[in-house]
Design a protein around this ligand. Structure first.
Ligand code: PLP
Length: 457
């Protein structure tokens, strides 16, 4: 059979609410044209993020009922620890309430002024946690990873030569660890090849620098390796994932992605001394080491989710359904980051709306119009999210790309929901020359995309 179906039946449903175009016009005005300020009940298809938005399975819900809520030594913790240890091969498994809590602990210990943390591309919370300690986050994604229109198999790869040159220049003593984000969220959800992980590790080893994976989407990355990397066609995704982790000295994980839960995360490592320091800090900021900011039931759901995410029927459907949306967009002529990544489609708004200058936020114009046309919520990743004002002349300094991310929650929407998204996007595409840019009328000093207020130009 050629048709790839959702590999699950639906047992529990949650209604979604249609609104009319005039209603959405009022909602947009009241939300100051910022999707984060729209009430979720007013959204028909919510593609704001794939984080914490997964549908849990009946077995995960059973785990929720079965969770052991003992403060110390909970049975649920030991199930969670065993699952993560078997998957990652790492010795110390430290639960946290989400990914950034793991980052906060890791960089509070390893970061600090004068230190540099390389990555293929830092996710925004990773960079924020690195820089909060006074350290500097530096990105070394391969050149092809910066070109949205170029199709390549592993656009998340680290540029190992550039990284090595940086290590020589900076001195390994100033680089306490190196991160590798799989898949590379800020670079379009693009995967990293096994060869690249292996070679990055081998190079870092020569300088005594540990490698940590930012493992949020490790299973999607492993499936891309199976599909695209010679020699892995017949290897199980579980074994591919284990091999990926075998090159790592530690990892941070937001379980809100590839552990199919609504909250949770962990930090894991082999270094005993680092583990002692991490657990000491965990007790101050998160909780006792056998729950770390989570309930016992959450640990059960994560353990179950980590098994389910590696089912190949699921991954085939997951990667294919994102690709399906990408193919439809490409066929219509909508420019996207190619090839489609693992968890989202990224529209290239600069190419789609060449008449709207970057200081009038073409990505935000697409976000607003998709909501207006179809009640679809997505997010701008461009000048709104990363733009900074020049300290001398106050002009907006824009990032190279103006993207709009449509992130697909796991196991939540069916093909007809996606077909609806395509139909609404065609409507926006047909009206693209009438779209208006936006100006910001109020904004906070940092992470402005969450709360900034806009008006249409
Ligand atoms: C690559 C990556 N790292 C870290 C995080 C942070 O995880 P959390 O949102 O659970 O704090 C995210 C979340 O989107 C992410 O995509």
């Amino acid at each position: 059979m050629k048709t790839i179906i959702e590999p699950f039946k639906i047992k529990s449903v949650e209604p979604i609410r249609s609104t009319t175009v005039p209603e959405r016009e009022t909602i947009l005005r009241k939300a100051f044209y910022n999707p984060f300020l729209i009430h979720a009940d007013d959204v028909l298809i919510d593609l704001l993020t794939d984080s914490g938005t997964s549908a849990m399975s009946s077995r995960q819900w059973a785990g929720i009922m079965d969770g052991d809520e003992s403060y110390a030594g909970s049975r649920s913790f030991f199930r969670f620890e065993k699952t993560v240890r078997e998957l990652t091969g790492l010795r110390h498994i430290i639960p946290t309430h989400q990914g950034r809590a793991a980052e906060k602990i890791l960089f509070s210990i390893m970061g600090g002024a004068g230190k540099f943390i390389p990555n293929n591309t830092h996710f925004d919370t990773t960079r924020a946690n690195v820089e909060f300690t006074g350290a500097t986050g530096v990105d070394f994604v391969t050149e092809v990873g910066k070109k949205p229109e170029v199709r390549a198999d592993f656009k998340g790869n680290m540029d190992i030569e550039a990284l090595e040159a940086f290590i020589k220049k900076t001195g390994p003593a100033n680089i306490p660890l190196c991160m590798l984000t799989v898949t590379n969220n800020s670079g379009g959800g693009q995967p990293v090849s096994m060869k690249n992980i292996r070679e990055t590790k081998a190079m870092l080893k020569r300088y005594g620098i540990p490698l940590f994976l930012d493992a949020c989407r490790f299973a999607e990355n492993a499936y891309f390796i199976k599909l695209r990397e010679p020699g892995y066609e017949k290897v199980s995704v579980r074994d591919i994932a284990k091999e990926m982790f075998s090159y790592a000295d530690g990892c941070t994980m937001s379980a809100k992605k590839d552990a199919l839960v609504n909250i949770g995360g962990f930090l894991a490592m082999n270094d005993d001394a680092l583990a002692v320091k991490s657990r000491n800090l965990l007790i101050v900021t998160e909780g006792f080491p056998t729950y770390g900011g989570l309930a016992g039931r959450d640990l059960e759901a994560i353990a179950q989710g980590l098994d389910e995410i590696l089912e190949e029927d699921y991954l085939r459907y997951r990667i294919r359904s994102v690709e399906y949306l990408g193919e439809k967009f490409t066929a219509i002529g909508i420019p996207i980051v190619q090839p489609p990544g693992g968890h989202a489609i990224y529209i290239d708004a600069k190419a789609l709306l060449p008449l709207i200058p970057q200081h009038e936020y073409p990505g935000q114009a697409v976000v607003v119009e998709l909501y207006r046309a179809g009640g679809i919520r997505c997010v701008e990743i461009g000048s709104v999210m990363f733009g900074k004002y020049d300290p001398i002349d106050g002009r907006l300094q824009s990032p190279p790309m103006e993207l709009v991310r449509l992130a697909i929650p796991r196991r939540v929407y069916t093909q007809s929901h996606i077909d609806y998204v395509v139909e609404a996007t065609i409507e926006v595409f047909q009206r693209r020359n009438e779209l208006r840019g936006l100006r910001i009328v109020a904004e906070p000093p940092a992470l402005r995309h969450f709360t900034a207020r806009f008006e249409e130009v």
